[in-house]
Design a protein. Structure first.
Length: 266
């Protein structure tokens, strides 16, 4: 009597190819229930089908083999859930980056008709309550959420929408100084929140409409406008979050001001 399912039968039952099952055996991820010592034939127990199906699903989610082995090896359901959750978080981040790239690419391939509306304006010096730090590009978004929560707690009555300044080094070198702030009449000093005096500046400014998935396209169009009008950038990029996810859950309603400090090239 056979000692279990042949490798071919097990492959049909689990939708894992014979080649894949052999590789999993060699790596120790899914070993056969028995191997015939004379023929080398592999046999699997029906009780191994659920484990094989779990492995199949995990691999469909691009979970690395080493992590699949850890998940399969543990009998603790909570530990398994934690291991899977870690990968799903990474997968979600990848999906969000892919969505943003697709949105940006679609706008580049099918640009919106009409010229970009750019305003040249003079901004006077202003007092803000701000938090500043030196960050890498990957650190900006999570840092921003924490900084804005701290500003919300410290500034009872802001004099305008929140804004941010992003040094050129952040984009050119991948690391630079970031400032987020609220305009205020009187700036508190509390925790990381400090009074900051923004200098008077000449700006070339435009509005980005909608979610930030394709905000890089608006940056590029503004850079083109600045170059075509013989202007040069003279300071950190400025953003103003007139309407954002904190104000409206509908991304189509979001409005982000983008402004570059400029001077005319003679």
């Amino acid at each position: 009597m056979r000692s279990g399912l042949t490798i071919g039968e097990f492959a049909r039952a689990t939708h894992l190819s014979v080649r894949t099952l052999r590789r999993y055996h060699e790596s120790g991820l899914l070993e056969p229930a028995a191997v015939d010592p004379s023929s080398g034939y592999r046999y699997y127990a029906v009780e191994q089908i659920p484990s094989a199906q779990v492995i199949h699903r995990l691999r469909e989610l691009d979970v690395p083999l080493a992590e699949v082995g850890k998940i399969i090896a543990t009998d603790d359901p909570d530990r398994r859930a934690d291991l899977v959750a870690v990968h799903l978080e990474r997968l979600q981040e990848t999906l969000e980056r892919t969505r943003a790239a697709v949105t940006s690419l679609q706008r580049l391939l099918r640009p919106a008709p009409g010229d970009l509306e750019v305003e040249l304006r003079s901004e006077p010096a202003a007092l803000v309550a701000g938090i500043t730090d030196i960050l890498s590009l990957d650190e900006v978004l999570p840092w921003y959420d924490g900084a804005m929560a701290e500003l919300d707690a410290a500034v009872a009555q802001p004099a305008g929408p929140p804004g941010g300044h992003y040094d050129n080094e952040l984009f050119a070198e991948g690391r630079g100084t970031v400032l987020v702030y609220y305009p205020v009449a009187e700036a508190p000093s509390h925790g990381r929140v400090r009074p900051v005096e923004l200098p008077a500046v000449e700006l070339a400014a435009t509005i980005h409409h909608g979610p930030h998935d394709d905000i890089d396209v608006t940056y590029g169009r503004l850079a083109t406008w600045v170059h075509e009008h013989a202007l040069a950038v003279a300071g950190p990029v400025q953003e103003t979050y007139s309407v954002g996810p904190r104000d409206d859950p509908d991304p189509a309603a979001w409005r982000t001001g983008i402004a570059w400090p400029v001077f005319r090239v003679s």
